[in-house]
Design a protein around this ligand. Structure first.
Ligand SMILES: Nc1ncnc2c1ncn2[C@@H]1O[C@H](COP(=O)(O)OP(=O)(O)OP(=O)(O)O)[C@@H](O)[C@H]1O
Ligand SMILES: [Mg+2]
Length: 222
């Protein structure tokens, strides 16, 4: 890292699919400060999800450099520890595991850590209570509304107190009122916990809430 206050530093990052026929990211340069709230906009196919996947080490870039929370993500190693410690992912469709209860879903990120079983249950249920989901801890996700599912997904993303939350259209599958509740929760978490928040959205009014707006176009920041 060049600058201590940056939690993310990306230089000339490239990622192609189908043997380079599709350049999803075509030379991204980006620095994000610790605690910053950044919104990411751009047309469908412009590379937004690909960029989040690179930052969260869900996938590897082809070229360039990417440093996140002190990790060099171009190194050829296993980043599962990095992901569970530093990153909380929230997706458009919550991705909860259907045959696990709400509480068990929130405990998943702690399985990678050495937290004892009892403590895992305690922490999961505490965070669910703070999201007004305390009365639903033993339910299966299929029995919940869309907004409730997304609150569980937020709980799962937060339970390890990550330094970065990557939210990929977290309100995309919700009606506007429920979506606003989810956004309010994310903004409160950002303010209270000094967490770095990167939020993909198609809604200009949502993008306006951020400290900084970034636009992607054809795999580049425009
Ligand atoms: N696994 C994959 N295999 C092949 N091509 C892919 C893959 N994932 C993404 N792409 C391609 O990479 C480009 C960027 O995709 P990406 O999903 O990052 O876009 P996006 O900006 O998130 O779009 P949307 O707003 O629709 O979610 C697109 O052209 C897409 O077709
Ligand atoms: Mg996407």
């Amino acid at each position: 890292m060049n600058n201590e206050s940056n939690i993310i530093e990306i230089k000339n990052l490239k990622k192609g699919y189908d043997h380079g026929q599709t350049m999803a990211l075509n030379g991204i340069n980006l620095e994000i400060k610790k605690g910053e709230f950044v919104s990411l906009m751009g047309p469908s196919g412009s590379g937004k999800s690909t960029l989040l996947n690179m930052i969260g080490a869900l996938d590897r870039a082809d070229e360039g450099s990417i440093h996140v929370a002190g990790y060099n993500l171009m190194e050829k190693e296993d980043f599962s520890q990095f992901r569970s410690k530093e990153i909380g992912f929230i997706f458009q469709f919550h991705n909860l595991i259907p045959n696990l209860t709400v509480s068990e879903n929130v405990q998943i990120p702690m399985l990678e850590t050495d937290v004892a079983d009892e403590e895992m249950v305690k922490r999961a249920n505490k965070i669910l209570e703070s999201l007004n989901m305390g009365h639903r801890i033993d339910h299966l996700p299929t029995k919940l509304s869309g907004g409730e599912r997304q609150r569980v997904a937020i709980g799962r993303a937060l339970v390890n107190h990550p330094s970065i939350i990557l939210a990929d259209e977290p309100t995309g599958s919700l009606d506007s009122k429920t979506g606003d509740i989810i956004l309010k929760i994310l903004r409160e978490i950002h303010q209270k916990e000094n967490v770095t928040l990167i939020l993909v959205t198609h809604e200009p009014y949502v993008a306006e809430m951020a400290d900084r707006k970034i636009n992607l176009m054809d795999g580049k920041i425009s």
